[in-house]
Design a protein around this ligand. Structure first.
Ligand SMILES: [Mn+2]
Length: 405
């Protein structure tokens, strides 16, 4: 059985006020063609189909038209789970009608976990695989808040709740004969390796919803993850993977190669796991250096990518002194190029020479550093500051969970 794993489409994303629709349309067209050409039988989308809870109608049309393209292809089953960006209600709304087309939706955790188990049947009605379609698990799906609990209690309870949910969904498979068929589980969360691996860059260390790679019940042959946008296997386990996002979604992802993951099963055994590279329909680039260097790179970028959608560029210019009208100069420089500068920033050393010896640019500081300095300047006692820092970290986590990936 050939299974394709993808996640984090983020349809409807706005990027520095630009629409991504052209790129998404091209990427979904490519994906549908790939599924048809590779004779994929099962498609799994592990969360964050949409970027926002109430996406524009054009993004919804993209999604439905994509599903329609697979109708009558070899792709017999499509499983879509909700991510932290998706509105569960919105995703689940067409659940009944789409189930007639073998598209199974699980927008949010269900009270009875057995409802998350999708039974894949072949044309003769025989069970050919199982997918435990676990969506992003929200705090309120996992536990009731107890007044007076500390933030650490809360984090521990969320983790316990996540593990309990996976345990339960594993147990719900006990009624099936799983010895000869693929058994897959999905997740939209942060999973870490056994040790903190430097290679695992995109993992948010200390994130609230971290669970370890070895904590999934053994009944699962493959764990299809979403949430982290860089494709990667976790902790040396080839069978626990993030497929990564379909297109680069921020300037920090410009070095990632984007891909979808093809898993070929023979019976229960995984024969091959392959990354199929996604074509880049629009380049996102960060160029940093002196004015001369930046202009050189912009010319090269224009020269190298004449076709296709104009690249989107972030420019950081380093110089000894302030360059007046920097953005104007650069915009003028690229006006006939097949690229657009969306963001310009200056990094000058001038400021460090003024009377405050330890002057730091706000851009160089992390929000938490600024918060600490603020607490210190307000003369808060040290233990009070630590408690406030924890609360701040929690708030940052929450924002990350709800916005970033
Ligand atoms: Mn996500």
């Amino acid at each position: 059985m050939k299974i394709l794993h993808t996640s984090d489409w983020h349809l409807g994303q706005k990027f520095i006020s630009r629409e991504r629709e052209e790129e998404h349309a091209l990427a979904l067209e490519w994906l549908a063609e790939t599924i048809i050409q590779e004779n994929i039988e099962v498609l799994i989308v592990a969360g964050d189909v949409f970027d926002i809870g109430n996406p524009p109608s054009s993004s919804r049309a993209l999604y439905y038209n994509f599903l329609k393209k697979l109708w009558q292809s070899d792709c017999r089953h499509i499983v879509v789970t909700g991510g932290n960006h998706d509105s569960p209600q919105m995703l689940d709304a067409p659940k009944e009608i789409l189930s007639l087309l073998n598209v199974y939706l699980v927008g949010k955790a269900t009270e009875d976990v057995s409802e998350e188990v999708i039974v894949l049947k072949d044309s003769e009605g025989m069970i050919e695989g199982l997918v435990a379609a676990v969506p992003f698990l929200r705090d309120q799906d996992l536990r009731r808040a107890v007044s007076g609990e500390t933030s650490n209690d809360r984090i521990e309870k969320i983790k316990e709740g996540i593990l309990a949910h996976y345990e339960e969904v594993g147990k719900a498979l006990a009624n099936f004969k799983t010895a000869k068929i693929p058994v897959i589980v999905t997740g939209h969360l942060c999973v870490t390796g056994l040790e903190n691996n430097a290679k695992q860059e995109n993992i948010y260390l200390g994130s609230l919803e971290n669970i370890r790679v070895d904590q999934f019940p053994e009944v699962f042959d493959y764990v299809a993850l979403g949430h982290i946008h860089r494709p990667q296997a976790i902790g040396g386990m080839k069978t626990v993977r993030y497929s990564g996002s379909l297109i680069p979604l921020s300037f920090s992802e410009t070095k990632d190669e984007k891909s979808v993951t093809l898993i070929s099963f023979k019976g229960k055994e995984i024969k091959k796991i392959q990354e199929i590279k996604t074509p880049i329909f629009r380049r996102l680039k960060t160029i940093e250096g002196s004015m001369e260097y930046v202009q050189e790179r912009l010319e090269k970028l224009h020269h190298d990518y004449q076709d296709g959608l104009p690249a989107w560029v972030e420019v950081i210019v380093e110089s000894d002194s302030i360059i007046p009208n920097l953005n104007g100069i650069l915009q003028d420089f690229v006006k006939d190029f097949n690229l657009e500068i969306l963001k310009t920033r200056a990094k000058t050393t001038q400021f460090s020479l003024n009377e405050q010896g330890d002057y730091q640019e706000l851009d160089e500081l992390e929000p938490i550093d600024v918060f600490r300095k603020k607490c210190e300047s307000a003369g808060r006692p040290a233990e009070n500051i630590e408690e406030l820092m924890n609360t701040f970290k929690e708030l940052e986590e929450w924002m990350r969970e709800n916005e970033e990936c």
